[in-house]
Design a protein around this ligand. Structure first.
Ligand SMILES: Nc1ncnc2c1ncn2[C@@H]1O[C@H](COP(=O)(O)OP(=O)(O)OP(=O)(O)O)[C@@H](O)[C@H]1O
Ligand SMILES: [Mg+2]
Length: 222
């Protein structure tokens, strides 16, 4: 499902280039959940931005569902991302002037799905994340945990081939974080979503099928 081969990424800082990802290799099967640990600054978010095409690697290849994404044009990447990839960030990134339901519907509307159909699916997902009675709330009327649950529902509404999550419980207190992540694991298991989960929390990572530590630009299997 996902093949990462000899991925390299460096950032130029004045005269120098700092190598962040030196030689990443990864194989992920369909439905598998991969936990990614690593110190701050080790390149975890950089890796996810390459996986989502928000940034391009210096060399190496990423294949998702047989598509070599490093060869996609920007426009093709936009289409490919909308159809295949969802991202959950630490800072929810909900659209402020849209209600919870409208935020969840958004990815389907971008794909051109009929509004009524998108609405029905959004309501189902919001119910699944326990927010049946918050569908008309705007983001500023939601708690952090509720906001992240909306973001999870929005990420899953397209039944993506790949879900990328960057510290999804990083902004939440421990108890709320645990509840949200239990739900995250339940719902991604239910939909058999192939998931890359970046976290600093080893206990959380251990709930994944396989765990890697990103260290000195490489993955080390734990
Ligand atoms: N656009 C950029 N230009 C220059 N350097 C960058 C850029 N983006 C990231 N870096 C550097 O690359 C390194 C890895 O950053 P990244 O955000 O991937 O780390 P991370 O593992 O996600 O850390 P954290 O756990 O703190 O989120 C850092 O040293 C960072 O300063
Ligand atoms: Mg990061």
């Amino acid at each position: 499902m996902i093949e990462v081969e000899n991925l390299k990424k460096s950032f130029k800082q004045s005269e120098n280039a700092i190598e962040i990802l030196k030689n990443l290799n990864l194989n992920v099967k369909k439905g598998e959940k991969v936990g990614i640990l690593g110190q701050s600054g080790s390149g975890k978010s950089t890796f996810l931005s390459l996986m989502s095409g928000l940034d391009a690697p210096d060399s190496g290849d990423i294949r998702i569902n047989g598509v070599s994404t490093t060869k996609l044009s920007e426009k093709d990447w936009t289409d490919f991302r909308a159809k295949n990839i969802s991202i959950v960030f630490q800072q929810y990134h909900l659209v402020g002037h849209l209600t919870a339901a409208e935020n969840v519907m958004l990815p389907l509307e971008i794909l051109g799905v009929d509004e009524k159909q998108a609405q029905t699916k959004a309501l189902t997902l919001l119910e699944e994340v326990g927010l049946k009675n918050r569908v008309h709330h705007f983001p500023h009327q939601l708690s952090g945990g509720e906001s992240q649950r909306v973001a999870i529902a929005r990420a899953l509404i397209t039944t993506p081939n790949l879900l990328l999550a960057d510290e999804p419980s990083g902004n939440l207190d421990q108890e709320t974080g645990q509840k949200v992540m239990s739900l995250f694991f339940d719902i991604t298991s239910k939909y058999q979503t192939t998931t890359l989960l970046v976290t600093h929390n080893e206990q959380l990572a251990s709930r994944c099928d396989v765990v890697y530590k990103l260290s000195q630009g490489k993955f080390e299997k734990l």
